[in-house]
Design a binder for this molecule. Structure first.
Ligand code: C2E
Ligand code: MG
Ligand code: MG
Length: 590
């Protein structure tokens, strides 16, 4: 909305003020009056005027003096002044007025037409100026907003990656010049993905905003906390005399992040994994420093999260080694150096093999057969587990179909699924359908083992995927059961049909009363929930007896069979079908 302009009339004589006011009536401006220079100046400082009509001859402060004072002040310098005077048109007098800042003259007696004509021009100028100022103001607001968007993260308000780059570059120049040192921290929020996936992105966003605030509270004003992307933050700490200051800040950050966060009515707990690199000590190169901090952060993740590590050059060796190993694993996939062993699963009451679990191994070119724990965690980290999982699915379903075609009664084939494979539901379901279609194996013969921890991590997404699998006819079992924290309520919701009790519990059933009680309780609970139970890692007769007494229905372990290469497993599967009907226990070959 356009604002109305104001005109200030200054004259020591009241009748003059009133006369001018009368003449200006209807000119479209608010009229203000002052009867002295001082009164006028104080009005001018408090309000915005389009024009001043100024009497030249006044006691105390005359018009020229007041005009000089107006020119000397930023607030009033630009206001146009028309001098009103009765004095004759002597040139030197007029010039003096222009020198002191007048833009025009009105000579008494005042002609209404001339007055209104002149005033209108100034009012129009003022209106144009206001419009221009408005445009400029909008432009500068827009520019500020664009700058903010280009440099700051919209969610947390922290500097974004681009501004972080600038700040780190500046910090590097600064340490070189001032011969001081600084620290760069890389912070990753542990369990953020879990909360984001399961509680929804709104809560995820809230968590990021709150975490960002806590990070800022841990550093000094001059330091930079930036959002690097996703749940990753970076901190630049300048001018540190000793590494111990970076250590102190890292500890503070760890302590802040571990405190519970309130999201709506829920409380959640996360933690932070921090990597720290010191410049110029570790490097003065921008990219190298980032890599260092990231490497050190990974070290923290590997050591159990919620903590910090300073970068050391040894970490580089292990990072290089890991990268070289990644390359080898990629090649191993292409060259199909992986093999699958099959471990029979036995039904206790009939003592017959009722299924097999496919367990992958790597036939290393060096000659050694490597076990999953030597390569699966790394492949999960790099994502290579997804193509490996597909390969296992394809090969194992083909093998199961082959056994069926050879005349064996239908066997249940169990295949382990990594939670990375569950990251993309559609792709995963597609790969299962493909494997079944290409091998010709019946969906009912396939069982997928998902660990209790993976299931807890995926939760809602996981349930959705499992529902779809169930529709296909594929069975789901919860692997390594007992190591996670699922509740009975949750177990009821999961579309699973089997629990596999983790090896670590079976290990101690005969000498650790706690283990024995846990296993017995799991079996009882599973029966109530109508779930089948497999005890994994059965190595001794005593363990088998305990399980039998506690009515566990299926077992798997070295006591019966180790995971076997295809040929050996084929033999076993056929021998138990042999006419002499030897029980598997008697056949024990391990
Ligand atoms: P898991 O699925 O719990 O498999 C059971 C593990 O226990 C196997 O180890 C098996 O060899 C071992 N085991 C069986 N009976 C006994 C016993 O009596 N005593 C002892 N001490 N151990 C026994 P393995 O083959 O080393 O596999 C380890 C883990 O690697 C598996 O645990 C599974 O989580 C993972 N894994 C194996 N193959 C695959 C695969 O194709 N894909 C994925 N994603 N993971 C796999
Ligand atoms: Mg398994
Ligand atoms: Mg297991």
């Amino acid at each position: 909305m356009a604002i109305k302009p104001s005109i200030l009339i200054v004259d020591d004589r009241k009748e003059n003020l009133l006369a001018l006011e009368g003449l200006l009536e209807g000119c479209g401006a608010d009229i203000h009056k002052a009867s002295s220079g001082n009164e006028a100046l104080s009005l001018l400082l408090n309000e915005d005027f389009a024009l001043v009509l100024l009497d030249v001859q006044m006691p105390e402060m005359d018009g020229f003096e007041m005009a000089e004072l107006m020119r000397g002040n930023d607030k009033t310098r630009q206001i146009p002044i028309i001098f009103v005077t009765a004095i004759s048109k002597e040139q030197h007098y007029v010039f003096k007025g222009y020198d002191s800042g007048a833009v025009d003259y009105l000579f008494k007696p005042i002609e209404s037409k001339i007055l209104c004509g002149k005033v209108r021009v100034f009012l129009e100028l003022w209106t144009k100026k206001q419009q221009l100022l408005e445009v400029l103001e909008q432009k500068s607001k827009l520019e500020a907003k664009l700058k903010q968007q280009a440099e700051f993260d919209t969610l947390t308000g922290l500097p974004n990656r681009a501004l972080f780059h600038d700040r780190l570059k500046q910090a590097l120049l600064m340490v070189e010049r001032t011969k001081t040192q600084g620290a760069l921290m890389f912070i990753d929020l542990d369990r953020f993905k879990y909360i984001n996936d399961n509680m929804g992105h709104d809560y995820g966003d809230q968590l990021l905003v709150q975490a960002a605030k806590r990070l800022v509270s841990c550093v000094r004003k001059a330091d930079t906390v930036a959002r690097f992307g996703g749940d990753e933050f970076t901190v630049i700490i300048q001018n540190i005399h000793h590494e111990s200051l970076a250590e102190l800040i890292a500890k503070k950050i760890n302590a802040e992040l571990i405190k519970p966060f309130k999201l709506g009515v829920e409380e959640v707990q996360i933690s932070g994994s921090i990597g720290i690199t010191i410049f110029p000590h570790d490097s003065l190169d921008f990219d190298e420093l980032l890599k260092n901090a990231d490497t050190a952060m990974y070290k923290t993740k590997e050591s159990g999260r919620n903590g910090f590590h300073f970068f050391t050059s040894e970490m580089n060796h292990s990072a290089h080694k890991r990268m070289a190993f990644d390359v080898q694993l990629q090649a191993a996939l292409e060259l199909e150096e992986f093999v699958i062993h099959y471990q029979p699963i036995i039904d206790i009451s009939s003592r017959r093999v009722e299924g097999v679990e496919a367990l992958v191994r790597w036939q290393h070119p060096g000659g050694k057969l490597k076990t999953p724990k030597e390569f699966i965690p790394l492949m999960e980290e790099s994502g290579l587990i997804v193509p490996l999982g597909k390969w296992v699915l394809k090969k194992a379903t083909q093998q199961a179909k082959k056994w069926f075609d050879m005349g064996l009664a239908p066997l249940r084939l169990s295949i382990n699924i990594s939670n990375r494979q569950l990251d993309d539901n559609d792709e995963f379901i597609e790969s299962i359908k493909n494997a079944l279609f290409e091998s010709g194996l019946a969906a009912e013969s396939l069982e997928l083992e998902i660990t209790e921890n993976s299931m807890m991590e995926k939760l809602n997404n996981g349930i959705e995927t499992c529902d779809k699998l169930k529709e296909l006819g594929v069975k789901i079992s919860l692997d390594d059961f007992g190591t996670g924290y699922s509740s009975i309520g949750l177990l009821r919701k999961l579309p699973i049909e089997k629990l596999k009790i983790d090896t670590s519990f079976i290990n101690g059933v005969n000498n650790d009363p706690d283990n024995a009680a846990t296993v017995a309780a799991i079996i009882t609970m599973a029966k109530k929930l109508d779930l089948a139970v497999v005890a994994e890692g059965v190595e001794t007769k005593d363990q088998l007896i305990f399980l039998e007494q506690n009515r566990c229905c299926k077992v798997q372990g070295y006591y019966f069979f180790k995971p076997l290469p295809v040929d050996k497993c084929t033999n076993i599967l056929f021998t138990q079908e042999s006419p002499d009907k030897k029980t598997v226990t008697e056949l024990n070959i391990s």
